[in-house]
Design a protein around this ligand. Structure first.
Ligand code: HEC
Length: 192
């Protein structure tokens, strides 16, 4: 008895040929449209560690303290970045260590680059109202949170130039895993 797969082989070949022809001719189906420049700009919000894509704008620690309350961060994260129902945003002074890994799961102290903090706030906060902050507000709030975590001084002004230059305390604790080669365990001490 011939198996069904063998019997259907000619049909399969025919389908592939038809599909191949369809791709070769690149027909249009009248679906979708070319996005406008404005739409692409609205989606294209990723900021790399080096910060080249940062938009113009600036913000101070004091402006950030005001924006933190005005835009609702305080409602979830607490008035001073602690004791809210959302995660705390200020490091715990975990004595005796000052190792940033032991200061709690706090993005503005553990992130390897300050641009990561900017990007997270810009794309993800305030929760449920993402995308409503102006660039100035994101610079200012980032400044405020980095100041609360003792990463930058109170008179710091953040903009597209100064933000990428900040040396985060945890900068060198990341990326210590060597480049992976085929067949190599991904983490030292693990078999896979
Ligand atoms: C409606 C509540 C809510 C509001 C308002 C809100 N957040 Fe959040 N935020 C959260 C929650 C919940 C998380 C944890 C999200 C997760 O872990 O995926 C979070 C996480 C964060 C983190 C990362 C915390 C960490 O260390 O991992 C930062 C930074 C942050 N928010 C900043 C802000 C800022 C700045 C604002 C104001 C512009 C804001 N949030 C407004 C609820 C909120």
């Amino acid at each position: 008895m011939r198996s069904p797969s063998v019997r259907s082989l000619p049909a399969l070949v025919l389908m592939m040929l038809v599909a191949g022809t369809a791709v070769a001719q690149s027909p249009t189906y009248g679906v979708g449209r070319t996005p406008t420049e404005e739409e692409i700009r609205a989606w294209d919000i990723s900021i790399s560690p080096t910060g080249e894509e940062l938009p113009p704008g600036r913000g101070t620690v004091q402006e950030g303290a005001l924006a933190y309350r005005r835009t609702g961060c305080a409602g979830c994260h607490g008035a001073a970045g602690v004791d809210g129902r959302a995660p705390r945003l200020v490091k715990q002074d975990a004595e005796p260590t000052t190792n940033p890994w032991n200061l709690g799961r706090i993005l503005p102290i553990r992130a390897p680059y300050a641009t990561v903090v900017w990007d997270y706030i810009n794309r993800g906060m305030p929760l449920n109202r993402e995308g409503t902050l102006t660039a100035d507000e994101v610079y200012a709030i980032t400044a405020y949170l980095l100041y609360l975590n003792e990463v930058i001084p109170e008179d710091a002004v953040l903009d597209a130039e100064s933000l990428p230059k900040i040396q985060m305390p945890n900068r060198d604790a990341w990326a210590q895993v060597p480049d992976w080669q085929p067949g190599q365990p991904r983490l030292p001490g693990y078999p896979y």
